[in-house]
Design a protein around this ligand. Structure first.
Ligand SMILES: *Cc1c(COP(=O)(O)O)cnc(C)c1O
Length: 356
């Protein structure tokens, strides 16, 4: 098999050992005679998979007992709608716009209720000083995106929202570093970046926030109903949950999020240090907000863009094109990207620079 490194922003690289294990268990899971894909979601085999997956996730992020973990469908974009449905209930909510994804979240919420934009940093190169945010003390919640996948911007702290619950889209950096879950009201993350295949969205919600949904909220979108039914108001994405469980086991074997954070720091430093060492490549994000997961960069001479991506592809370095809304390049270096992959990218960038 050809050796490649996949820098896609999502769906994204998975650990090879996880894929191999899924392969060996594909036809016969633990002597059941069935593939996980074929199992009833209410059978004892799948219920044991779900329970272990949730328990390992709770261990990894040290999730307090007064939080529910929901395994839902629709990805993070569907949560953009579920959040106002479940939390707004006639009140107003605060939205911080620090990149493309939080901008999208605010737009979706606006259709369902009243929101206030507490900061808007378009064209998105930094997270502004929290003291400049115009927070409302009686907001139903404050929505943030703690890692902006398109723009490569990561929060380096949290605003002090007082008693207002913080709702955070962590899709593209969940499990890449430790998080104090108790500082949040809701954390949500689509799976296809750091968790597993697309189709699954994890929602971590503080129990006292389960009682304020709009009466119009449909059952599958209703966090409380989903919590009471162990995410089985509808058939959950069973195979995605199984794959997430394998990724969580892999993460625990790596030493959990504390150990993976050290690897992520080293990988990001390797790439950013190289970008900063030359003016051939440019990253425009404020240094303290540079994402460890998504590294956008531009070639100083953009007429070389096509040659850069074509050469990268020939060298087995895939999916380096930036998001269509911003152009340029982007290397996503999630948990499953090994240091050797980042080193191979830096070697290629250096060689390309020398020959252009
Ligand atoms: C990928 C991503 C999304 C969109 O996820 P979908 O699964 O397409 O709904 C939303 N927010 C962030 C931060 C993302 O990285």
């Amino acid at each position: 098999m050809k050796k490649i490194y996949n820098f896609s922003a999502g769906p994204a690289v998975l650990p090879p050992s996880v894929l191999k294990r899924a392969q060996t268990e594909m036809l016969d899971w633990h002597g059941s005679g069935m593939s996980v894909m074929e199992m009833s979601h209410r059978g004892k085999e799948f219920l044991s998979i779900l329970a272990k997956t949730e328990a390992d996730f709770r261990t990894l992020l040290n999730v307090p007992n007064n939080y529910k973990v929901l395994f839902l469908q629709g990805g993070a974009i569907a949560e953009n709608v579920m959040i106002p449905l479940n939390l707004l209930n006639g009140k107003r909510a605060d939205y911080a716009i620090t990149g493309s994804w939080s901008q999208r979240s605010a737009k979706e919420a606006k259709a369902l209720g009243n929101i206030d934009v507490v900061t808007n940093t378009e064209p998105f190169t930094h997270v502004p000083d929290f003291s400049n945010w115009t927070l409302n003390k009686d907001a139903a919640y404050l929505h943030i995106c703690t890692n902006e996948t398109v723009n490569g911007i990561e929060f380096d702290g949290l605003p002090d929202a007082g008693n207002v619950p913080i709702v955070a889209d962590m899709s593209s950096h969940i499990l890449s570093r430790p998080v104090d879950v108790s500082k949040y009201g809701v954390i949500y993350a689509g799976a296809q970046k750091n968790i597993g295949p697309a189709g699954l969205c994890l929602v971590v919600v503080r129990e006292d926030l389960l009682d304020q949904a709009s009466p119009l909220t449909p059952g599958v979108f209703h966090w409380k109903e989903q919590a009471e039914n162990h995410s089985m108001v509808n058939t959950p994405p069973t195979y995605g949950i199984y794959m997430a469980g394998l990724v969580f086991e892999w993460l625990l074997e790596q030493g959990g999020v504390v150990a993976i954070e050290q690897q992520n720091i080293a990988k990001a430093a390797l790439l950013y240090d190289y970008i900063d060492s030359t003016d051939f490549y440019i990253n425009q994000v404020a240094i303290k907000n540079r994402s460890r997961m998504n590294v956008p960069f531009f070639l100083k001479d953009e007429s070389f863009n096509d040659a850069f991506t074509a050469g990268a592809e020939a060298a087995g370095l895939l999916q380096l094109k930036g998001h269509r809304s911003v152009g340029g390049m982007r290397a996503s270096i999630y948990n499953a990207m090994p240091l050797e992959g980042v080193q191979a990218l830096v070697d290629y960038m250096q060689a390309f620079e020398n020959s252009h």
